[in-house]
Ligand binder design. Structure first.
Ligand code: DX5
Ligand code: ZN
Length: 245
């Protein structure tokens, strides 16, 4: 199928920007100490994070409320790391300009929240930002089929969006495999997974195709962020090479 969006495609590949081979762990700030935000960002950067995942919840698309543009701008001032902004909001179209301007490198929008995903992805691309589609656990992955060429990546939710610290839902693995089998190349559609990632679940997620692997509690509830990130990424790469450690 031909994409109807000849003007999009700002996306260059991610690996040069990340400075390391995929898969990588993107720590989620959700459970960090927001009283010392710049310090937390610094700890994650020093700990070797390839990028950061920022959860925007509006109290409507999900019951919880987190933070918005001002905090994204503060994180942007504190680091040059890649920032994925995960918009769990009711009307993403309304805020794309805001978050692009705040310094997002990836804007991840929920297919469940969009009336016209193609138009939203085009709007994101017009801002020079990568557009990724997120899919909640209850949404069939097939619903993404018409947009797989129009987006730069897909974020498969392995928990119900809203809270950190929930258990990984294995159905996400089937969705990742389905997506991995349908992309023309990994560069064309980068796959992510979000929710419940741990040393136990990151291997299967990576083996199923996840490359941008969000980890909240598994990193920021560890004493040593750097060691947690390194252990998780080692486990992910080991799963790809078929090793079992
Ligand atoms: C859930 C958020 C996730 C969450 C991940 O709605 O989208 O990014 O912070 O946290 P863990 O890794 O603890 O499940
Ligand atoms: Zn998230």
């Amino acid at each position: 199928m031909h994409a109807h969006h000849p003007s999009r495609r700002p996306a260059t590949d991610l690996e040069p920007q990340l400075g390391r081979a995929l898969p990588v762990v993107l720590p989620a700030l959700l459970l960090c100490d927001f009283g010392h935000l710049a310090h937390e960002v610094q700890r994650l950067e020093t700990g070797g994070a390839a990028g950061l995942h920022l959860d925007i919840m509006d109290g409507r698309f999900v019951p919880q409320l987190t933070y918005g543009r001002v905090v994204v701008e503060a994180v942007r001032r504190a680091t040059r790391l890649l920032l994925e902004v995960h918009l769990m909001v009711e009307d993403p179209d309304r805020v794309i300009g805001e978050y692009a301007g705040a310094g997002a490198d990836i804007l991840t929008v929920h297919v469940e929240a969009l009336r016209d995903p193609g138009a939203t992805l085009q709007r994101i691309a017009d801002h020079g930002v990568r557009g990724h589609l997120a899919v909640s656990p209850g949404t069939p992955v097939e619903r993404l089929a018409p947009w797989l060429e129009a987006c730069d990546g897909v974020l498969v939710m392995s928990v119900e969006p809203g809270l950190g610290g929930q258990a990984f839902e294995p159905l996400a693995l089937d969705k990742l495999r389905w997506l991995a089998a349908r992309r023309s190349s990994p560069q064309q559609l980068r796959l992510g997974v979000d929710g419940g990632v741990s040393l136990a679940t990151i291997g299967p997620a990576a083996a199923a195709g996840a490359e941008l692997i969000v980890a909240g509690s598994a990193v920021v509830q560890a004493a040593d962020y750097g060691a947690a990130i390194l252990d998780l990424e080692r486990r992910a790469h080991a799963a790809l090479s078929g090793a079992s450690r």
